[in-house]
Design a binder for this molecule. Sequence first.
Ligand code: SF4
Length: 219
Amino acid sequence: MANTDRWKRQLTDHRSKKVVFLSHCLLNQNTRYLGGACERGATPSVVAECLERGWGIVQMQCPEQRAWGGVLKRHLLRYYGSQGTLLDRTRNLVLPILLWYTRLIYRRLAKQVAREIADYTTSGFEVVGIMGVNGSPSCGTEQTIGFRQSLQRVVNLTSSATRHDMNAIVLSSLTPGRGLFIDALQREIKRLGLNVPYLAFDLPSELREQPIAPILSDA
Ligand code: SF4
């Protein structure tokens, strides 16, 4: 430890020693649900603010990509427009299993992220926040959407549905609360005795093409 401290002092460099943990799609909107990407890749306002503040960016894995069948979330996509099919009729039987599996994967991912945060904090870095995505059933920090309710709505999508229909489902399903992944992460962070602020990216405003609030209110 004394050796580590000596080298840290001796090799002082330009690093800010501040990092922010971001939900994956803030740096890569390609992982959003189909219809939900508002940028070609990264979210410029988020990247600009991190650069301006000198924060290192740690990109968390996309939990839905891991749990729901890859980047296109194929397990969920099968339900789109499935009204009246066998898949729809057995939905209520399958849903508890899907939710159980989702929670299992999310708990594993949350443990990894919490351990990484602990590594930073015990190494003398400041984790300025964990930034989730409001309106996401997984990454919402202040606002989420009910999984069952939104699934019911995508089942009812017609064959002519557009991205506006998808985004209307999200916007009309918003409810206060945390998404399933952020919930799991909060529990892991608490278990390790860490204290990290939660930040929220304003997806609803992005979908409505309204101005997006800065990450921190003093920005
Ligand atoms: S909000 Fe979370 S789960 Fe949804 S695409 Fe972004 S990183 Fe993935």
